[in-house]
Design a protein around this ligand. Sequence first.
Ligand code: PGA
Length: 251
Amino acid sequence: MRRILIAGNWKMNGSIKSIQYLLIDIMSGMDAVKQADVAVCAPFVYLNLVANMLQDSGIAWGAQNLSEQSAGAFTGEVSADMLKDFSCKYVIIGHSERRSLYGETDALVAEKFATARAAGLTPILCIGELLAEREAGETEAVVGRQLDAVTQRNGVAALADAVIAYEPVWAIGTGKTASPAQAQEVHAFIRQRIAAQDAGVAGKVQILYGGSMKPDNAKELLAMPDVDGGLIGGASLKAVDFLGICTAAPA
Ligand code: PGA
């Protein structure tokens, strides 16, 4: 059985104070979270604070991006080893905001995935289609292409120690969630595409859904057979909402 993983993606939000309050509140509600593993992905500058606060909490943490380079003259970049220094377990790779706003290509995402794995970080690989692509019937072509770029560079076995997040871009931050059936359809497609190369890896890899997941829609989404958790943006910034999603995981 695949465990459910609920991962918060704080994006560029928070302050020392607000993160302290948020984590205190999340930690105080963790007793009720039985069926899910929980993680938060913080801005780089708060990783030290997050690591200190969460070290004995059972909540994992990670970053939202990393450099594909290992070290050197890359002003403004953050390496995988630096993330390891702060005991990050996860790193989000290829979020649609990185792809669309910062020009990250499939090839660069595949490199970042390789760099993360080489350092022992667990990549949370984000893939998903734009609204126009969905309307043109291109969802599977887009998601398949994004996935293949990573497996061709890293080998399909690399997905065994990774997490995939299916995030339809039209559902991110818009309040428009994919229906459970829409999510399941794409999750099943992703798993089948991996299974065509390695059934063992396909059975093992966690595929999260992301895009306006909230306490009131989480239960139905998480009940889908191929939905193994959620990558949560807006709702991860409020402890009550985040915990509401964490406790919605099926028994
Ligand atoms: P959202 O963001 O939950 O605010 O839609 C999800 C994400 O971008 O990971």
